[in-house]
Design a protein around this ligand. Sequence first.
Ligand code: FAD
Length: 403
Amino acid sequence: MSKRILVIGAGFAGMWSALASARLLDQVGRADVEIALVAPEPELHIRPRLYEQNPNGMKAPLQEIFKAVGVRFIQGKVEHIDAANQTVSIAGVGADTSSQRVDYDRLVLAAGSRLFRPKISGLDQHAFNVDQVADAAELEAHIHRLATRPESEGRNTVVIAGAGFTGIETAAEMPARLREVLGEDAAVNVIMVERSAAIGPDLGEGPRPVITQALTELGVTWRLGSGVAAVDAKGVMLENGERIEADTVIWTAGARASELTAQIPAERDNFGRLHVDRNLKVKGVDAVFATGDCAYAATDDEGNFAMMSCQHAMNLGRSAGHNVAADLVGEAQIPYSQPKYVTCLDLGPWGAVYTEGWDRQVTMTGGVAKSLKTRINTQWIYPPSADRAEALALADPLRIVVA
Ligand SMILES: Cc1cc2nc3c(=O)[nH]c(=O)nc-3n(C[C@H](O)[C@H](O)[C@H](O)COP(=O)(O)OP(=O)(O)OC[C@H]3O[C@@H](n4cnc5c(N)ncnc54)[C@H](O)[C@@H]3O)c2cc1C
C-alpha cells in the first residue's frame, strides 16, 4: 500500500467515514490506498440508548463489516496527533501497554464527544451519568443496589441535573425503572434540576407543552432557575440554597468534543469542535478532516450548523469518508449538505415527541412517535450487515438519512 487514510474513532461518524472511503476507492479501483481505523474496541456504542436498561447490550460488533469492506482495525487509543508530520501515537488498551506510531496521508478525526463535567463540589465522586456504556452500567448497578438499602426519601429519589435532551429522556425512564427495583407501590421521586427558566431550554417552545404533559403524567417534577451547586452521597445542594435528599444524582448537562481536537492547530467552537469547510476538511490544516461530534459544520446555506447528534454524525461520516478519499486520489468531492432537521425525543412509557425543522414544529406525539423512536434506536442507527456490496451502497454520501 502506498497511501493511508487513518480514521480515529469507531462511532457513528468514524464507522461511516471508513465505509464511505472504501466505497469511493472501490468505485475508482484504487487498491493501493489503505483505510485504517483506530479505536479502543471494534464495536459501535449506541450512545443514544444509554438511558435505557441494559447499557452493556448497547454495542454492535464491527469486525466482520470492516473485514468485508477491507478496513484495517487498529485497537488502541490515540494519545497524540502530530499534524505537521502527519503521524499519530497510539497507546494499547487494557492489558496491552504497548505504543505505536502510525503515519497517515489523510486523517479523519471522528473521536466523538464526552460529557462536560464542570467543577462542582462532589460531582466526580457522587454523580452518575449515561454518557458512555461503562458509566450507564455503573448507574444501572447502583439502581439495583438501592433495593438493599433501608427505605428512605433519599433512596426513593433520583435527581437529574440538566433538563435538556438527555436529561428529559433519562427522567422519563426513571419512575418505571425505580419502581421495578423498589416495588410497584414505592413512592418514587424523580426531580429534574435545570438552571434555565424552562424545561428543554434548547428544544424551544414547539415541543415543550407535550414534554411537560408527558413528564407530569409520569410523575416527574422539576426545579427551574437554579443549578446544582454541590453533590454528596446523600443528595444535592442547589445554587439557591435548597437541599434535595437523593441517593441517586445523574449529571446530564452538556457535551464537549474529544480533547484530541485541541491537538489540531485550528479554530474551534465553544464545544471544542473544529471549524471545517463544506467538504469537512479542517480549515487551514492540510490533510485533516473532522467529522461527527468533532466538527463544527454548516448543514445548509441558511446559517444552520450540525448538532452533536447521531442524526448528523452518520451523514457527516459518509461525507467526510468520501471527501477524504476523493481528496487523496484526486476525485470530485461532494460538499456536505443536510438541510432537513428533525428531533425525536423519547418520553418513556408515555411515548415520544417528533418535530420537524429547526423551529421544531411538532408533527407526531405519543405512541406513534414512540414507534418511530424505537425504529430509529433499534434499527436505523445500527451498522449495516457485513455484506460488502450492501454496506458500500449504504455509505453513499448522497444518501442523507434523517433519523
Ligand atoms: C444518553 C445519550 C442520548 C443521546 N440521544 C441522542 C438522540 O436521541 N439522537 C441523536 O441524534 N443523538 C443522540 N445522542 C448523541 C449521539 O450519541 C452523539 O452525537 C453521537 O454518538 C456522535 O457520534 P460520533 O461518531 O461523532 O462520536 P461517538 O459516538 O462518541 O464515537 C466516538 C468514537 O471515538 C472513539 N474514540 C474516542 N477517543 C478516542 C481516542 N483517543 N483514540 C481512538 N478512538 C477514540 C470512541 O471509542 C468511539 O468509538 C445521545 C447521546 C447520549 C450520551
